[in-house]
Each structure stands twice: as structure tokens, then as C-alpha cells.
Write a protein that binds this ligand. Structure first.
Ligand code: PLP
Length: 431
């Protein structure tokens, strides 16, 4: 049982003095963990495991928020990076690596005729929106998911402080899996919507007719359709959800898992849209940085070679069955359930009369940490999770975590067992 966090707690106090939030990312920050009894700083990782600064070991299903798709310190990717490091990290002109990776993405992704690279998912989604606006001369955007930190999107969420009202007014949300709610938006503002951007599958599994309907509506109203495949890319299918469901968007964005953790993203799409990139401004110092390009080429090669997509779905099916059994054994089905597709299974929490979702999630996360499991909502698989023994190790740690939650919830005052402040939401987008 893990209960030593002295170094993490000390580093947190030190970080607070010079780093707002004490983290670079909301989802990696102290807000997401029960204060005082959680690791806040990782020292190193190998395969499916990470070790915190206090020396505690965890099976990591957060996978650094999904970029780690092969495992930590994958030897093939490390070798590719080290070989390139000896040639140069970045140059004063473009490199052939950019062409090689763009050709690979064109081969894999149905809508991809041309490709540009960015460093974050937000670079890619913002570029796609700019292309759409340049293409049809309209300003409004319809969204139904999470699409990054830039003004055009974040203005539509509850955490919009600092985004001008004029910008906020240009983005509207519609309901996921509800084509009617999208049509209402498009119909009520004729010729105003430039783009519809959505995650083509995710935490809420998509209804495949919905994607067809959205494709039809965007054509009917002359709106650019963008699939944000930053989560789905290389996980549900090597060509993204568009290849899996057979619905081809105009533009699509990829990121996260492309380079097993190296910072790289891509905007891909049909030529008539992508050619607008000759004229819009999308240009940055680090755009052609080579370590990320070689990491991405090597990652995609290994994912194909190891048939990763089918490994993930087998792993997911097994994990879903295993977790459902544990929930039944510990009589927790009133608060815990398994949801999502096999490529990205999730444990979903429901409230009780006395406790909110955040209360129960906090108690559960405390239990998971104490058993050595880093697990947010979803199982963010890497190939290393399919290594011998990892799945059994996971299920036995989950068994102990669910049993601990059962003990907490069956006690008179469950929240008295929470050793720190409850976790806090950043905002909810995946409803
Ligand atoms: C679907 C989706 N789009 C866009 C982004 C933004 O990517 P990044 O955080 O790399 O800027 C994310 C990040 O979580 C995401 O999940």
C-alpha cells in the first residue's frame, strides 16, 4: 500500500512559489488528485510503469494524457531519437523527414491529401479553423468536444477568463450524437458557420449514423467538416476514426500519440482546403524539428508492425470484462460502471443520494493511488500494457481499489476517509 508522499508534497510547496498551478497542464496538476496523499511529481518510467519522486511504483493508464502509445522509454523510439540527435535537432531549412512523414500520413488517413505539422494539438485545431475561415469567408464555428487552449475554442467553455466577448460570440456548442441540435444552429444562422469541429469518437462513444448525418449537414450548409482525431488517432484505427467509420471529413487534426511523447501534431486534409495554407499564416520556429519527426516515423512504423490497434481492442475487451466482474463482486454497480469502446474503456462514476460524482471520484482516486494505479477516467493504453503480467497486475490492484471504495462507501461517513481536499473539475466538456 502506497502512503509516502513527502518528496511530492515538498516539491509541490516549492513549485507553488515559481509556477502558477505548480504544473504546466491542468490535468496533471494537484487539482486532479487528493491533496497530500497523491504523487504530484514523477521521476521516471519504463514500459507501463512509472515511479514517483518518493520511489512509489504505479501502473500508468494516464499515459501522460495519451501521447505514450508504445510505453515509456521505448527502445526503438529512443534509438531513432538518439541517432537523429547526432545529426542535428533542427535546421535553418526544411528536411526530407517532413516529406517522409507527410507521405506516411497521406497513405494512412482517408481525408489526407496534404499535411502540415505543429507541436501541440491546439496548433492543429486552430490551424484547421483558420483554413476553414479562409476557405469560405465565414466566421462562426460549431463545436462539440474539447479542442485545445486557444481563444476560439476555450471561449465556449466555463473557463473563458481572458477571452474577449467578441471572440466568444463566434463559437457555439451543439450536442454530441444529436444531429438535430447541429442543424438548428446551422439553420438559424444561414451562411454564418464556417466550420463544424468534433471528436469523431471518444469518451462518449459515437453513434456512427451521427457522423454520416454531420457529413450530410455540413455539405448541405456549405460548412467545412473537421474531425479532431487527437485522441482517436492511431488508437481506434491507424487512419483514425474516419477510416474506422468510413466517414471522410474535409480536414482532420492529429497529435498526442503520433510520436510516443515527442511534441508533434498534424493538420491533414483534402488539397482544396489545405492549399489555403499557402496564404493563411501558420508558421513557427519549431515546425520542422527533427527529433519529433523521426520519433513519429518510428512510432507509426512500430504501431503498424505490432498491429497495435487490434492489441488495444483485445486489451480493452479483456479489461472491460475484468472490471465489470470486480464491480459485481464488490457490489459497486450503483456507483461504478464500465463504458466506452474497447479501444478506450472507461470506469464511469455515478452519484448516490448523499455523495456527488466528485466525492466518489475523489475517494476512488485515493484508493487507486494507494494501490499503485494512475488511472483517470479512461484506460489510455500503450502497447506496454499488453506486456506479460501487466493486465493481471492491473486487475489485482483494481480489485483492492474497488474493495477499498466499497469499505469507504459502506461506512457511516464516507467522506471522513478522504485524506485531503476533493479533486476539482477544470470544466466538463465531454458530456
Ligand atoms: C480531442 C482533443 N483535441 C485537442 C486537444 C489539444 O491538444 P494539446 O493539449 O496537445 O494542445 C486535446 C488535448 O487533450 C484533445 O483531447
Amino acid at each position: 500500500m502506497i502512503n509516502q508522499f513527502q518528496k511530492s508534497n515538498a516539491l509541490y510547496q516549492r513549485a507553488l512559489k515559481t509556477i502558477p498551478l505548480a504544473s504546466q497542464t491542468f490535468s496533471k496538476s494537484a487539482m486532479m488528485y487528493v491533496n497530500g496523499v497523491s504523487p504530484l511529481f514523477i521521476d521516471h518510467g519504463k514500459g507501463a510503469y512509472v515511479w514517483d519522486v518518493d520511489g512509489n511504483q504505479y501502473i500508468d493508464y494516464v499515459s501522460a494524457l495519451m501521447p505514450v502509445i508504445l510505453g515509456y522509454c521505448d527502445e526503438d523510439i529512443n534509438r531513432a531519437i538518439i541517432e537523429q540527435l547526432d545529426k542535428g535537432i533542427i535546421f535553418s531549412l526544411s528536411s526530407e523527414l517532413e516529406i517522409a512523414l507527410s507521405e506516411k500520413l497521406v497513405e494512412l488517413i482517408p481525408c489526407a491529401e496534404m499535411v502540415r505539422f505543429g507541436k501541440n494539438g491546439s496548433d492543429a485545431t486552430s490551424a484547421a479553423i483558420r483554413i476553414a475561415r479562409a476557405y469560405n469567408g465565414r466566421d462562426k464555428v460549431a463545436v462539440a468536444g474539447y479542442h485545445g487552449w486557444h481563444d476560439w475554442y476555450i471561449g465556449s467553455t466555463a473557463r473563458h477568463l481572458g477571452v474577449p466577448d467578441a471572440v466568444r460570440g463566434l463559437t457555439e456548442t451543439f450536442k454530441y450524437n444529436d444531429a438535430e441540435s447541429l442543424e438548428t444552429l446551422l439553420k438559424n444562422s444561414p451562411n454564418e458557420f464556417s466550420a463544424v469541429i468534433l471528436e469523431p469518437d471518444g469518451a462518449v462513444p459515437v453513434n456512427s449514423e451521427f457522423l454520416q448525418q454531420v457529413r450530410g449537414l455540413t455539405e448541405k450548409y456549405g460548412v467545412v467538416l473537421i474531425f479532431d482525431e487527437i485522441v482517436t488517432g492511431f488508437r481506434i484505427h491507424m487512419g483514425g476514426a474516419q477510416a474506422f467509420y468510413g466517414v471522410v471529413p474535409d480536414l482532420a487534426t492529429f497529435g498526442k500519440a503520433m510520436g510516443n511523447g515527442m511534441p508533434i501534431s498534424a493538420i491533414v486534409g483534402q488539397q482544396r482546403f489545405m492549399k489555403k495554407m499557402d496564404d493563411i499564416f501558420f508558421s513557427g520556429t519549431f515546425g520542422g524539428e527533427t527529433l519529433s519527426l523521426v520519433a513519429s516515423l518510428a512510432t507509426i512504423h512500430k504501431l503498424e508492425e505490432k498491429k497495435a490497434v487490434s492489441v488495444f481492442s483485445q486489451l480493452g475487451n479483456m479489461m472491460m470484462i475484468g472490471v465489470e466482474k470486480l464491480i459485481a463482486i464488490h457490489q459497486m454497480s450503483h456507483v461504478l460502471s464500465v463504458s466506452g469502446g474497447a479501444w478506450w474503456p472507461r470506469i464511469t462514476v455515478a452519484p448516490t443520494e448523499a455523495l456527488t460524482v466528485l466525492d466518489i471520484t475523489s475517494l476512488f482516486r485515493q484508493s487507486l493511488i494507494s494501490q499503485g494505479l494512475l488511472l483517470g477516467g479512461g484506460f489510455n493504453f500503450s502497447l506496454a500494457h499488453s506486456d506479460a503480467g501487466v493486465a493481471d497486475d492491473t486487475l489485482s490492484r483494481l480489485d483492492a481499489s474497488v474493495e477499498q471504495l466499497q469499505y469507504y462507501l459502506n461506512s457511516d461517513k464516507p467522506m471522513q476517509h478522504l485524506a485531503g481536499d476533493p479533486i476539482q473539475p477544470v470544466f466538463q466538456v465531454r458530456k
